[in-house]
Write a protein that binds this ligand. Structure first.
Ligand code: ADP
Ligand code: MG
Length: 148
């Protein structure tokens, strides 16, 4: 399994990374995004959607948990599971259709539903490093993801 360490110096660079992976995304891909509030998970997701050719604006689906975008090259299901309290809630939402379907899935706060993630899920962790400035981010990518 591959592992990558990257750094971004501003939101545009995180967006660009997402866009690159979105442009290369393949059916069935599942990406788990972790990192604190404001780390840049949604910034990455916005770039990823852009790379897929999604036309609609992308925001964290904090209250709806999931949002499906169908205007791109592949369907994109974007989850924000911050408010999930029990895995059963994911079942009610029907998460398996996304995780095991032919679209692409991005999951913000994926560590909260660790036990539900498919084995080949790609992990992307975004961390601040205040010593290096407000807009500096350290990004670790673990797994085999097209585009890197
Ligand atoms: P999350 O979804 O992880 O809670 P968001 O993507 O919604 O985070 O917000 C990230 C915030 O941090 C935005 O306000 C963005 O402008 C800012 N930011 C500053 N530097 C970066 C960076 N290098 N990458 C991504 N976002 C950054
Ligand atoms: Mg977010």
């Amino acid at each position: 399994m591959s592992s990558y360490y990257l750094e971004t110096r501003d939101p545009a660079e995180t967006y660009a990374l997402g866009k690159r992976l979105g442009a290369a995304a393949v059916p069935g891909e599942v990406i788990a995004l972790t990192g604190d509030l404001g780390a840049g998970k949604t910034a990455f997701a916005q770039g990823f959607a852009g790379g897929l050719g999604v036309q609609e604006p992308v925001t964290s689906p904090t209250f709806t948990i999931q949002q499906l975008y169908e205007s791109g090259r592949l369907p994109l299901c974007h989850f924000d599971v911050y408010r999930i309290e029990e895995p059963e809630e994911m079942e009610e939402i029907g998460y398996e259709d996304a995780f095991y379907g032919d679209g692409v899935t991005l999951i913000e706060w994926a560590d909260l539903i660790e036990e539900l993630l498919p084995p080949d899920t790609v992990r992307i962790e975004i961390r601040r490093n205040p010593a290096k400035g407000d807009t500096f981010r350290e990004i670790t990518i673990t797994g085999d993801v097209p585009g890197l």
